[in-house]
Write a protein that binds this ligand. Sequence first.
Ligand SMILES: [Zn+2]
Length: 299
Amino acid sequence: MSESTPRIGALEAGGTKMVMAVATPDGTILEDTAIPTTAPADCVPQMIEWFAARDIDALGVAAFGPTGVDPKKDNFGYILKTPKLEWAGYDFLGTLRRGLNMIPAGYDTDVNGSCLGEATFGCARGLDTVLYLTIGTGIGAGVMVNGQLLHGMLHPEAGHIMLHKRDNDPGECVCPFHEGCFEGLAAGPSIEKRWGAKGVELAERMEVWELESDYIAEALTDYIMSFSPQKIILGGGVMKQEQMFPLVRKKVLANIAGYLDTPELADIDNYIVPNSLNEMQGILGCVELGRRALVAAQA
Ligand SMILES: [Zn+2]
C-alpha cells in the first residue's frame, strides 16, 4: 500500500452499538472497534476521539433512523423523531464533522448502507437495482435503484408496509403506529409476543416459520412489483433461521403466480439470498459512502 492510499473512516451507527472502522477504499478493514450506543453527549465525543487519532481522509456514516439523508435539506445528517429521546433532533453528522476538521463525509440510513455494502463488495456486485432487507428487532429495507440509494421525500420505511393479517395468526401487530404492518407482524418482538419465546428458541416449531414466511413473502412480492430489484438480500437476526429461505422463495413464486417471467425469478435460489459479507455489509457500505464523498470532494 502506498502512503497516498486514502484512509476512510466508517461508522455504522445502530440503536444498540456504534461500529467504527478505518479502511482503504477497496474495503480492506485496517482497524475496527465498537462502543455501546448511549446518549450522544457521551458516545459522540468518544467516536470523534477514536477517528481523530487515526488520521482519516473521509468519513462514511450509516445511521439508525428516521434520519435526514438529503444534503439539500436543513435536516441532513440529523436524527429525526425517534423513541430515543436524547437523539431526537440531534445534529449527528454535523457534530462528527466539526470534530473532525470538516473532512468529506457521506451519510445514509443503516439499511441503505448495508445495501450499498452488498452492491459494492458482496453478492449484488455489478447490479444496479437491489433490495436489502433486515428482519430483526425491527424491519428495514435499503433500496438501490439504477445505482442510486433511494431517498425521495425522506427514505424508504419499507418495514412498515401494510400487510394482510393471517386468519390463523394467534398474535397481533405490535407496532405502536400501525394496526397491521410488516414490522409489527413479523419482526423479532412480534414473534416473541405471539409464541412466548424468542425466535432462536422456536427453530423446531414449523408453524412459527410457516406464518413468518407468509408475511415475508407477501412483503417481498410487493417490493418485487414496486422496485423490480435484480436481487433481494435478507439479513438480520430472524433470518438466521435459514429453514425459512426455501419457504420464502416458494411462496414468493406462488404470489407472483406466473405474472412475471424473468431469468432472475427462474433462478430464485440466487435471487432471494442471505447476506454475503459475514455481517460486514453495513460497515463496508460505510466505507463506500466515505470513498464516494472523498471522490466527490476531489472532483
Ligand atoms: Zn408499523
